[in-house]
Ligand binder design. Structure first.
Ligand code: URA
Length: 207
């Protein structure tokens, strides 16, 4: 994937914001796949372009399609709770986006064609924001970057060597946590808390 990162020079915050806005404007007009016919909004991003952490989810759902903002529905609210409990600030510490920017009908998993149509936007976002940490939230985001077969429960929580200068970790998707309520040691919610602790520690190391 590294070779796909275009070398866009964004030396100042002003240039960074301008370049991101230009990409967003292009994305807002996008008709590269069929999802453009059924979307209400293109869901480009939330959070800070200067954040050290980029969180990449799967795809917008109904609430995101209606509002144009990623992770605002039930899964997003649960994500917010986990971030707050870990002492992380969604607006300041994170730049949040998805592998694809338009909602698939009935929230089905994005197809490879849809992901490919949207790849330039995602890679552009990474290239411009230049995060120090990327969190792949759920299996769909993870398999955008990991070619081998994997189970999210086996790869989550490990620092992965995917990009040269970016620490990458896969974490559970909050939709999965909505279906798993236990907080017992070893449960998905317990593991999510543990992962967020190591992400917070990594963030501290980078300061
Ligand atoms: N799930 C995602 O993966 N992304 C969103 O923006 C909302 C729900």
């Amino acid at each position: 994937m590294n070779h796909l990162l275009t070398k866009i020079s964004c030396d100042t915050d002003e240039i960074k914001l301008k370049t991101l806005n230009e990409l967003k404007n292009i994305c807002n007009q996008c008709k590269a796949c069929e999802l453009s016919k059924t979307r209400t909004s293109v869901v480009f991003s939330d959070g800070s372009p200067n954040a050290k952490i980029m969180l990449i989810g799967e795809a917008p759902g109904a609430d995101e399609d209606a509002s144009g903002v990623p992770f605002v529905g039930r899964a997003g609210q649960l994500l917010n709770t986990f971030l707050e409990e870990a002492g992380l600030d969604r607006k300041k510490d994170f730049y949040i986006c998805n592998t694809i920017k338009c909602r698939p009908p009935q929230n089905r998993v994005p197809t490879n064609e849809e992901k490919l149509s949207c790849q330039a936007y995602l890679m552009g976002q990474i290239s411009i924001v230049k995060p120090k940490i990327i969190l792949l939230c759920g299996a769909t985001a993870a398999n955008t970057f990991i070619e081998q077969e994997f189970k999210i429960s086996q790869i989550r929580g490990k620092w992965l060597n995917i990009f040269d200068d970016i620490d990458v970790m896969a974490i559970f998707h909050p939709s999965y946590l909505l279906r798993n309520h236990s907080l017992e040691q070893g449960s998905p919610r317990w593991l999510m808390k543990k992962d967020l602790e190591s992400i917070k520690n990594k963030l501290k190391e980078l300061e």
